[in-house]
Design a protein around this ligand. Structure first.
Ligand code: FES
Length: 233
């Protein structure tokens, strides 16, 4: 799963340049995200590598974040830019780098790639991400269950639906009901969304926050005007 770009936050959750950092979890990693003065989004490991203070309490200064613990200042790529009290001529600062994740905004979502130290692939550019934001609806819910429990329930309900339909129609014949495939599942996304001229297209994404919490993203879009009566995302 670390090989995928994952949806981390709605862009609207980081509305203000130089606003406060916010805390989040993805794949069990404790992270913070913030928007710099120039509007760029950055995702850092939450604990400062100096002494472990949470960078959620840090302050955004230009295109950098200053830790509230001892004032070390990190650029958007995690490189240390300033260590208060360091003697002149010291090159220690060159060795200091706060772990960061590549982060990109696209389609109203902040995407993060949390395979530490690895170059990310290009962010896929699905059609919905290129549409005007008023043609896209994005909803994120929290599910207080393990990711695999969520998927287990999902595939079980798919099985029940197919099993029930087959039994009611009698298509299983005298041999009685048999198991039915649940279809494909593309981790961490569901099967490719169908294009239907009469209803919005929809994509669902399940992202583990930690062992007992999962984010459920629903992205709905229309290539035309969003119509009154369209189902909510
Ligand atoms: S804990 Fe962050 S600078 Fe010391």
């Amino acid at each position: 799963m670390r090989e995928y770009w994952l949806p981390a936050l709605l862009s609207s959750e980081l509305p203000t340049p130089s606003g406060r950092a916010i805390r989040m979890k993805l794949l069990g990693e404790k992270l913070i995200a913030f928007r710099s003065a120039s509007g760029q989004v950055a995702v850092f490991m939450e604990q400062c590598i100096h002494a472990g203070v949470s960078l959620m309490f840090g302050s955004v200064e230009g295109d950098a974040l200053r830790c509230s613990g001892h004032g070390w200042k990190y650029g958007l790529d995690g490189r240390c830019l300033e260590i208060p009290g360091e003697p002149p001529g010291s090159r220690f600062i060159e060795k200091v780098k706060q772990p960061t994740c590549p982060a990109i905004e696209s389609g109203g979502i902040v995407w993060a790639y949390i395979r530490w130290g690895q170059e990310p692939p290009e962010l896929p550019a699905p059609k919905w991400a290129t549409l005007p934001l008023d043609q896209v609806q994005i909803d994120r819910q929290s599910d207080a269950r393990n990711y695999l429990d969520v998927l287990d329930a999902l595939t079980a309900s798919s099985y029940v639906a197919r099993f029930g339909a087959a039994t009611e129609s009698g298509s299983e014949g005298d041999a009685g009901p048999r198991s039915s495939p649940v279809g494909s599942f593309r981790v961490p996304f569901d099967p490719a969304p169908q294009q239907d001229a009469d209803s919005p297209s929809r994509l669902r994404v399940w992202v583990p926050n930690d062992d007992s919490n999962t984010s459920v993203w629903t992205i709905s879009w229309r290539t035309g005007t969003w119509r009154t009566g369209d189902p909510p995302a």
